[in-house]
Design a protein around this ligand. Structure first.
Ligand code: GUN
Ligand code: FE
Length: 424
């Protein structure tokens, strides 16, 4: 892998509340890893070739901690229902189409192209129950250069037959085969166990998934405490669990001995938050989805104060955009409404905090990812805001803020993942 120096205006998160900004800075990259940000090139790196991005902004690549690839095709449609009706009316019928590999190939091509040209460099992705289509998605993602975790979805109850595993034994056999094939074929596209959520997964399926988790040392992703209708259904389905999170934990599928992402956590109780913290679970905050499906607003600045691990997510097609810059904007906006209308004790998110969620916060799920500090993977996006003209000189923080609110994919001019240039 080639060693070189990137030059430009760098912004990264030093902590959830502070930017680290280096104007006209230098970032040496060796073996695909960042060697820190400098105002002058350190002696040991002098002589390396320089890629100069001039006055453009260079940000750490962003992590989408929760997104449904098969739902990309119907993003922006069917926004007139809450979660459970939305699943039955729109989502399950769409996901049933992925039994047809040629449909999957076409639809996933659009998804991967859009993800490639966004600010996202890493993602945790739900596919469908179909192994062949999930492997097709993984193949396309592998070719894109993005680093992703992808889950063949598991569900065996409370959903139409066309998206239901025929029985637990077949479900587990198919899942194990898919894990083995994915591991043998892909390097940057890895399997993640994906029980959809408690309502669609029987106890027997969950026990079997825990066995697979242990045998293959896999991470796990699912949904938690998203919407009132869902939460009261889970209470009826798992009456012995003292909170929704407990309904996963009793199968050993809520972190602790494995890496785990739970999407939403909009209405998590104190008991549930303690459990998430104890088990090191990552919360995927999906503000646009939580608006569209009338789920509510998660108190994210409180979660940050408590020291919970939180990242940002598009949750397409609950969310209608893959853009994490837009997700940052939505996170800030909904937090202000929550603060004003619901609870003045939970402060609105700042730009610093929203940026942290999109970069270092979610990136940490993938290891040393989401910063430019020594030893971090070199994941970066280069943004050109020259078309967003302004009559005055703006500092870099203000230029970033304008990109969050005003930019689109045309402003993204280069992208690197794990030291490899994907475009630009
Ligand atoms: N809960 C279970 N499945 C889903 C899904 O596809 N999207 C969202 N937002 N929540 C879910
Ligand atoms: Fe989701």
């Amino acid at each position: 892998m080639k060693d070189w120096i990137i030059k430009g205006n760098f912004l990264e998160s030093e902590s959830p509340d502070r930017f680290h900004i280096v104007e006209n800075g230098f970032l040496p990259v060796t073996d695909g890893l960042c060697r820190g940000l400098f105002s002058v090139v350190p002696v040991q790196y002098q002589g390396l070739p320089v890629t100069d991005y001039g006055d453009r902004l260079i940000l750490p690549g962003m992590t989408d901690l929760h997104v449904h690839a098969p739902q990309f095709a119907f993003r922006g449609l069917g926004m007139d229902m809450e979660l459970l009706d939305w699943l039955n009316h729109y989502t399950f019928p769409e996901e049933s189409k992925y039994g047809d590999l040629s449909y999957a190939r076409k639809a996933y091509k659009d998804f991967v192209a859009c993800l490639l040209h966004s600010t996202t460099t890493r993602a945790a992705i739900f596919a469908t129950i179909h192994s062949a289509a999930t492997l097709e998605l993984m193949e396309q993602l592998e070719r894109s250069g993005l680093q992703t975790l992808v889950g063949k979805v598991n569900m065996d109850r409370n959903c139409p037959e066309v998206v239901r595993e025929p029985d637990v034994t077949t479900a587990l056999q198919n899942t194990e085969q898919w894990i083995c094939e994915a591991r043998s074929r892909f390097a940057r596209t890895k399997p993640i166990l994906t029980p959809r959520f408690i309502p669609t997964c029987s106890d027997a399926l969950m026990h079997g998934l825990k066995d697979l988790q242990r045998r293959y040392q896999l991470p796990v992703q699912s949904h938690l405490s998203e919407n009132y209708g869902e939460i009261s259904w889970v209470r009826k389905l798992s009456p012995t669990a003292s909170c929704y999170g407990g309904a996963y934990d009793r199968f050993g599928l809520l972190g602790g001995d494995h890496a785990c992402i739970m999407a939403h956590c909009v209405h998590s109780t104190d008991e549930e938050l303690e459990l998430l913290q104890r088990n090191g679970v990552y919360i995927a905050h999906s503000p646009e989805s939580n608006m569209n499906l009338a789920s509510g607003v998660a108190p994210i600045s409180r979660y940050l104060e408590l020291g919970l691990s939180v990242g940002l997510a598009s949750d397409v097609a609950g969310g209608s955009h893959l853009s994490l810059l837009q997700a940052m904007m939505h996170a800030i906006q909904v937090s202000k409404l929550r603060w004003q209308l619901l609870d003045s004790n939970v402060r609105p998110l700042t730009l610093e905090q929203a940026f942290y969620l999109a970069t270092a916060g979610g990136g940490a799920f993938f290891g040393k990812v989401g910063r430019f500090a020594e030893g971090y993977a070199f994941d970066a996006v280069v943004l050109d805001d020259s078309s967003l003209s302004h009559p005055q000189h703006l500092d870099l923080r203000s230029r970033l803020e304008r990109l969050v609110y005003l930019s689109d994919d045309r402003h993204i001019v280069a992208k690197y993942v794990a030291g490899i240039k994907l475009f630009g």
